[in-house]
Write a protein that binds this ligand. Sequence first.
Ligand SMILES: Cc1cc2nc3c(=O)[nH]c(=O)nc-3n(C[C@H](O)[C@H](O)[C@H](O)COP(=O)(O)OP(=O)(O)OC[C@H]3O[C@@H](n4cnc5c(N)ncnc54)[C@H](O)[C@@H]3O)c2cc1C
Length: 298
Amino acid sequence: MEWKGVRGTILENVPMKRYTSMKVGGPVRYLLYPVDEDDLKNTLQYLIHRNIPYRFLGNGTNVIVNDKGLNEALIRITRMKKKTYKRTKGGAVADVSGGMPLKQFIRDNAQRGLSGLENLYWIPGTVGGAIKMNAGSFGTSVSDPLLAMRVLNARGQIVTMTKHDGAFGYRASPVRPTECVLSARFSLKSRDKKEIAKDMEYVYGERKKRHPMEFPSAGSVFKEVKGEPAWKFVEKAGLKGLKVGSACVSEKHANFIVNLGSATANDVRTLVNTIKREVFEKTGVSLEEEVELWGFNG
Ligand SMILES: Cc1cc2nc3c(=O)[nH]c(=O)nc-3n(C[C@H](O)[C@H](O)[C@H](O)COP(=O)(O)OP(=O)(O)OC[C@H]3O[C@@H](n4cnc5c(N)ncnc54)[C@H](O)[C@@H]3O)c2cc1C
């Protein structure tokens, strides 16, 4: 296929196990890296005209792709990494590209003595992926200090949305699967650099203690249930250490499924379903996935 007018990198039939933190998943038909916003718009028009389904991929830290792969295009804006700060009375307003790693953004803020997102330190996604998921930890969600975002919609238009234009909730955002978060504007507060660094160290230390960071995973598999963490129910059902193939319910944190080496997406999917069934039978609670399962069809 000739990609007229598209300037970015086009990869074909690349295995998603290379592009997701769970390290499972078959080939995707196209993996596209636009170089800038105009290129992204052209790429999108191109896909729409040819009826090629598409999605946006950040760092792939919250998705599990089917072993058969996807007959579609995944667009990554991870080459777009701009960031500007405008000083205000009590801090700064920061504009940051959706493709920027969240971790890097939080570090850059810290170096400037700007606070607001340090509780999310070490979440391995991009800013765009974090906004889509309304990622959060240690009591802070990415939407808390968010002021506005620029979104490319499925008609190829760039719209600016304030935080209050759409409903952000627990792991929920107004961003649709066909929309791309191009950039986000955050309100950050001035704070002592040492205090910020101390909080980031604490958050990192707690994550290392609680999370099985030594194995590939996609973070928390299930959402909280009425404010109660899902791991409690998985643990109560006695499922820690349960394995399907090389996919295993982490011994360290029962809401993580880890890849012990050669897990397939099917292993992960079967384990997810087994946990849901067992937890329901033993505790009466219905768990809902926080991770996104792509290409499994029901
Ligand atoms: C070890 C580990 C720890 C984790 N800890 C946490 C945690 O504490 N809290 C938490 O909330 N999550 C956590 N996660 C999950 C994950 O990191 C977050 O959900 C993260 O925000 C996903 O970002 P991503 O760029 O990897 O998105 P992806 O996984 O690539 O995609 C996730 C979703 O976002 C969409 N998306 C990606 N980029 C864009 C964009 N620019 N515009 C529009 N949509 C986009 C995708 O289409 C998909 O729907 C953890 C994951 C791991 C592996």
